[in-house]
Design a binder for this molecule. Structure first.
Ligand code: TTP
Ligand code: MG
Length: 360
């Protein structure tokens, strides 16, 4: 079973303020450079019907919605994370294994619970949808299928507030008419190359000789495409060990290489990731920095320590050092965006680790 919350960030905002419901709602990541620079994070379905969706510039969204009484809101990550955590905790109870794959989506292993009776799949799906609605007043879309690939494709099939069950004998007729871009893992580039070969639907893709796909896309991608088009996927639902990293990125007020301008922002980001780590009860063994240059090239540096830490000073000092080193080693180009990242995250366990945490 794959569960995906509908227009998640925007729906959280609607829930907090019901008067938004019938208006176009646009959740924005403001870059802070000029009043309206930045990109659209997500929108409610009212805005989508008018053509405003994730990723477009805020300026463009404003233009499209200028006569539509639309509401533009900045992202409120604290709210979305709180709602997400609560829903993820609840979802765990409905599967024998659970895998969260993003802030608003997760897989549940329900094979045993369904026990081969596929009519049960719909019942469990409805139960989960109602549980989410009762607990957090949000709608979701759910797909159930014989593997993760089909479940994920099915949850996307009737959005919003959908429930799609694809039984094993229905896999072929479900996938065949879909455009190849609907297959998980087929991005814009692959879609375009396939279109050049005259391949538009999954049915057409399924018929292509796998050898030919391997020759064109490389062995592992070629095989993946062949299998996916035929509904074959053997990936298990995998419990994930906590989160892999905590990071924050911000756009500088102006492009620069001046550490006097960069450090205050870097310190602020260090503070933010530190707060996140403390809230999650996690220590870190690596601190990293990210620099996105004027030409949008991305550079990163990191340092790993023997023992985990939870100290703000360590993050701040290491981030500053890494940045200084990076600027000393890399040409003339100005920096546009900067980030701080904590990884090798660990939960403190046992006495020894705990004393490491306290810096003893
Ligand atoms: P999605 O599940 O892809 O989108 P959604 O929940 O907004 O809409 P849908 O009803 O189609 O599921 O992403 C979850 C959240 O991630 C989304 O609410 C906002 C955020 N997000 C971005 O910030 N930028 C993006 O480009 C996308 C796709 C999502
Ligand atoms: Mg979603």
């Amino acid at each position: 079973m794959h569960v995906d919350l509908d227009y998640f960030f925007a729906q959280c905002e609607e829930r907090e303020n019901l008067s938004l419901r019938d208006k176009p709602v646009v959740v924005c990541v403001y870059s802070g450079r000029t009043a309206d620079s930045g990109a659209v994070s997500t929108t409610n379905y009212v805005a989508r019907r008018l053509g405003v969706k994730s990723g477009i510039p805020i300026v463009m969204a404003k233009k499209i919605l200028k006569d539509a009484d639309a509401v533009f809101l900045p992202v409120n990550h604290g709210l979305y994370e709180k709602v997400s955590n609560s829903i993820m905790t609840l979802l765990r109870g409905y599967g024998d294994r659970f895998e969260q794959v993003g802030i608003d989506e997760a897989y549940l292993e329900v094979t045993e619970r369904i026990g081969g009776r596929w009519e049960k799949a719909r019942e469990i799906g409805l139960t989960v949808k109602n549980a989410i609605l009762d607990a957090e007043r949000l709608t979701s879309s759910i797909g159930v299928g014989p593997n993760k690939l089909i479940a994920k494709t099915a949850s996307d099939f009737q959005k919003p507030d959908g429930l799609t069950v694809v039984q094993p004998q229905e896999v072929k007729s479900f996938l065949s008419p879909l455009p190849v871009g609907k297959l998980y893992g087929v991005g814009k580039k692959t879609e375009q190359r396939l279109a050049e070969m005259g391949v538009k639907t999954v049915e057409e893709l399924a018929k292509i000789d796998p050898q030919e796909l391997c020759a064109l896309f490389g062995k592992s991608n070629g095989l993946y495409l062949h299998n996916a088009a035929n509904g074959i996927d053997e990936e298990p639902v995998r419990e994930r060990e906590g989160r892999e990293q905590i990071s924050r990125i911000a756009t500088l007020k102006q492009n620069t290489r001046d550490t006097q301008l960069i450090f205050p922002e870097l310190d602020r980001l260090s503070q933010e990731v530190h707060t996140k780590a403390v809230e999650a009860g996690l220590g870190f063994r690596s601190v990293g920095i990210i620099a996105i240059m004027e030409d949008l090239s991305i550079h990163s540096r990191s340092r790993t320590f023997e023992n985990p830490s939870q100290e703000l000073n360590k993050i701040r000092n290491v981030a500053r050092e890494l940045f200084t080193q990076f600027l000393g080693s890399d040409g003339e180009m100005n920096v546009r965006r900067i980030g701080v990242k904590l990884s090798n995250l660990v939960k403190p366990t046992g006495q020894k680790a705990l004393s490491d945490f306290l810096g003893a």
